[in-house]
Write a protein that binds this ligand. Structure first.
Ligand code: 1GP
Length: 254
């Protein structure tokens, strides 16, 4: 604590440095329940330039499996492992940090403050760095939207995303995550990212349905600091060439 203000921790400082260095960084998401070989995927994305690995998902409930996946990844990679919890079950020891998120546009207070209260002491006990994050769901029909009981912001209403993001900033949240949902048919539109960027001064994360280098470039150009790529790297087959071009595209866009 510095003069009553909670200072960013070392993972947050590291992410800021990465953003300074690369413009837009990639945070691949490994779903602890869907990935057959999490550690080797983590190693591959690290080699290709990912700045950190997110582990979690909106419907992940198996805590033993999550703990095992986190520790396997930790043994394999040097980049930080950041938890991306969908519930209190997403808090796990051995991770470096956690997107300590409030689902701001949920209709259920459980996802705005209650799960956070239930999980906070575990975060402290495990000494995981909390990254204060406003999680904002855009568009309907995904697991995150359904499980989180989100009153989703329509894709064509960037002004609503701006309102929530600015409110997040005024509430002291240093990260905003605009989420279209895993496997979303439509990604967060670059126009919405650009509108939020004009007002929100913290770290802007965008994810959900990003599957091509062109989309990654457009979202980066619009002002995203970080991009989450999940579904693409869970699939078997040759995702690596495409993933490498996505990182290249996001880095050269800004
Ligand atoms: C989901 O934003 C992430 O929470 C990643 O989405 O799986 O569609 O890449 P995808």
């Amino acid at each position: 604590m510095i003069g009553g203000v909670i200072a960013p921790g070392k993972i947050e400082e590291y992410l800021k440095e990465e953003i300074k260095k690369h413009g837009t960084i990639c945070l691949p998401l490994i779903d602890s329940e869907n990935s057959t070989d999490a550690a080797s995927i983590a190693k591959k994305v690290e080699q290709m330039g990912a700045s950190a690995v997110l582990v979690g998902g909106s419907s992940a409930i198996d805590q033993l499996e999550l703990a095992q996946v986190v520790s396997e990844i930790k043994n394999f990679v040097k980049i930080p492992v950041i938890l991306f919890p969908g519930n209190v079950t997403g808090v796990s020891p051995k991770a470096d940090a956690i997107l300590f998120s409030s689902l701001l546009n949920s209709e259920n207070p459980y996802f705005i403050t209650e799960a956070q209260a239930l999980g906070a002491l575990a975060v402290k006990k495990y000494q995981i760095e909390p990254l204060p994050t406003a999680y904002i769901i855009i568009g309907e029909g995904t697991a995150a939207w359904f499980v989180g009981r989100a009153r989703a912001i329509p894709f064509h209403k960037p002004g609503l995303a701006v309102m929530y993001s600015l409110a997040a900033q005024y509430m002291g949240m240093r990260f905003v995550y605009l989420e279209a949902g895993s496997g979303a048919a439509q990604n967060v539109p670059p126009e919405m990212v650009g509108a939020v960027r004009k007002h929100y001064e913290g770290t802007l994360i965008v994810g959900g349905g990003i599957r091509s280098p062109e989309t990654a470039a457009a979202i980066a150009k619009a002002g995203a600091d970080a991009m989450v790529i999940g579904t693409m790297i869970e699939k078997d087959g040759d995702w690596q060439t495409k993933f490498a071009s996505m990182i290249k595209a996001m880095r050269s866009a800004r």
